[in-house]
Design a protein around this ligand. Structure first.
Ligand code: ADP
Ligand code: MG
Length: 548
């Protein structure tokens, strides 16, 4: 097998000393299970690091002060779960000194490196993955959440990407809509995917930029990844939940690992038609009433981060508003045929949530990382690879202009001339809904529809939703819903709300919302859209999201 210029030996076995450790060498093996390390000492301990917990490997030369300067070294970086279900960085540095010449020892180290990348990126992968030979475009919103996204990148993300030898280019957005403008005319062939480090709002911009392109049907399938940096991080939280990944201990790290592996999982998108015949592409939610109101009105509390939702919810339950509206929808028969092995039963998952809550109060791990380059021999790198080394001081390479692909840009005209219905299978908004749809009209406290399990870190609205289940999950609270139910629902949206009387969740594949009162707040993916009729339908599995 060939990989990275080196022939891959598979599985690979050998005997090496751990750097600066006395005693007998360890026996190590890389195969489909990952890395097995057996110490040859009297205890003969064996430890296995799963392939899916390793991120990369670097080969190195001995520091000049070392006596055995003919030695080469390879360091394997991994992030296994510890006993407390936290991912911790583990850098294992092995010494290769079997031969008298450095070149021969270095050649052996390189074979191990090739085997590590084979295990991480190729072995046993049935899903497609990003093209690791290309670079990612990483978009950072410096104003999302508490305004620390740039620091989060430097301190927690860059090092892990470096260990995994992920190529990337960073662009820090300068204003709202900047990301939208960029992706509308971006030459997608240059990149392996687009990653956003922000809240869900920046991904909304990205998807709607892709929708504006003349090649939108292909463009919306472009790989996207998300690292939470905002005050609303519903998608990042939902992906972790779907992968049964402990999230609260270090949301940034577990999301960054999805980017390093870059497996591509299908994700449903939802296409909207608005009253002024505009199209919107959505990946998270649509709704009005109390949850939308809280989301938007608590914006002023952005600085306190994700707890803004809970704080505002208390105020809003005390002062309920109702909205007269007509809701029409196409119900889908619940089906479990697409259930993937990644999904745990609800009970087991809600236990995980509780466990995670406890962990969230503990300190967040800071990933200890160094940036390392390709096949280069890094002189005197050993000390660094085994010690804490933040990449804080490193300047981000920032670009503000990207190559334009004029062919990919849709004319403004076709978007605004009121005729663009490409992609829809449902009848236009000004025609009646089909006969197989259902309709309800009420003074609603809320109608909220989400396509993932979580709409924010702590709001576990649709416990059984999966990213690719082909449906939206609609929760409606009508005029007769008791206030106590609403309070219990909002103050503890942890999955238990589904057992409350008067709370129903319906799976739908298409939806029309017609406001029948003067004022209200409609949101799509947490962004405000005009309070006017709109409708949408699911584009099943049309997006592709980076996962492990
Ligand atoms: P949060 O979860 O904190 O709301 P988001 O990523 O959702 O963070 O972003 C909030 C809003 O900020 C989005 O509407 C986005 O369009 C906008 N935005 C993006 N980049 C910038 C920027 N550089 N300055 C100001 N606003 C921006
Ligand atoms: Mg769904």
């Amino acid at each position: 097998m060939e990989g990275g210029g080196h022939t891959i030996l598979w599985p690979l076995e050998g005997s090496f000393k751990l750097y600066k450790q006395r005693g007998e060498p360890c026996r190590i093996r890389i195969d489909e299970n990952g890395l097995t390390v057996t110490s040859d000492g009297s205890e003969g301990r064996t430890e296995v690091i799963k392939a899916s917990d390793m991120v990369g490997c670097v080969c190195m030369k001995a520091p000049p002060e070392e006596i055995k300067s003919h030695s080469a070294y390879f360091t394997i970086f991994s992030y296994p779960l510890n006993m407390k279900k936290k991912r911790k960085r583990l850098a294992l540095c092995f010494q290769v000194d079997h031969n008298d010449s450095f070149e021969e020892n270095y050649g052996i180290a390189c074979k191990w490196k090739a085997a590590v990348y084979h295990a991480v990126r190729k072995y046993g992968i049935t899903e497609p993955q990003i093209d690791h030979s290309k670079k990612l475009l990483i978009l950072i919103n410096p104003n999302s959440g508490p305004g620390k996204a740039r620091q989060v990148f430097r301190r927690q993300v860059a090092g892990v990407l470096g260990e995994g030898e992920v190529k990337y280019e960073v662009l820090v957005t300068e204003r709202a809509n900047h990301a939208h403008e960029i992706v509308r005319s971006l030459d997608l062939t240059t990149y392996s995917g687009i990653v956003i480090l922000s809240g869900d709002g920046l991904l909304y911009e990205v998807y709607n930029g892709l929708l504006q392109r003349s090649d939108w049907e292909e463009a919306i399938q472009f790989p996207v990844g998300i690292i939470p940096g905002g005050s609303g991080n519903g998608l990042a939280r939902s992906i972790a939940h779907w992968l049964s990944e402990p999230y609260h201990a270090n949301p940034v790290l577990v999301s960054t690992l999805n980017i390093v592996y870059g497996h591509l999982s299908p994700m449903d998108l939802v296409l909207f038609e608005t009253a002024d015949r505009k199209r919107i592409l959505s990946f998270l939610s649509v709704g009005f009433g109390i949850i939308s109101d809280i989301d938007i009105e608590s914006e002023r509390l952005r600085i306190i981060g994700e707890s803004r939702f809970a704080v505002w919810a208390v105020a809003r339950v005390a002062n309920l508003r109702k909205y007269h509206a007509r809701i029409s929808f196409k119900r889908v028969t619940p089906s479990h045929s697409t259930t993937t092995s990644r999904v745990k039963p609800v009970l087991e998952r809600s236990q995980t949530v509780q466990e995670e809550r406890r962990e969230s109060h503990e300190h967040i791990l800071k990933s200890r990382s160094v940036e390392l380059q390709g096949d280069e021999v890094c002189e005197s790198f050993l000390e660094q690879s085994c010690s804490v080394n933040m990449v804080d001081a490193q300047e981000l390479p920032v670009r503000n202009s990207l190559i334009r692909n004029e062919a990919g840009q849709q004319s403004e005209e076709s978007q605004s001339n009121g005729t663009d219905r490409s992609g829809f299978t449902i009848p236009p908004l000004d025609q009646p809904v089909p006969d197989d749809w259902e309709t309800m009209e009420d003074n609603f406290v809320m109608v909220y529809t989400c396509y993932h399990s979580h709409i924010s870190t702590d709001v576990f609205l649709a416990p059984d939703a999966r990213p690719d289940d082909g449906c939206m999950w609609m929760i409606s609270l009508g005029s007769t819903t008791p206030k106590s139910t609403i309070a219990r629902l909002l103050l503890g949206i942890d999955g238990s709300h589904l057992n409350l009387p008067g709370v129903e969740i319906i799976q739908v594949s298409a939806l029309r919302i017609e406001p029948l009162c003067a004022k209200g707040c409609l949101t799509v993916d947490g962004e405000v859209v005009p309070w006017a009729p709109m409708q949408c339908e699911v584009l099943a599995k049309r997006g592709r999201i980076m996962t492990r």
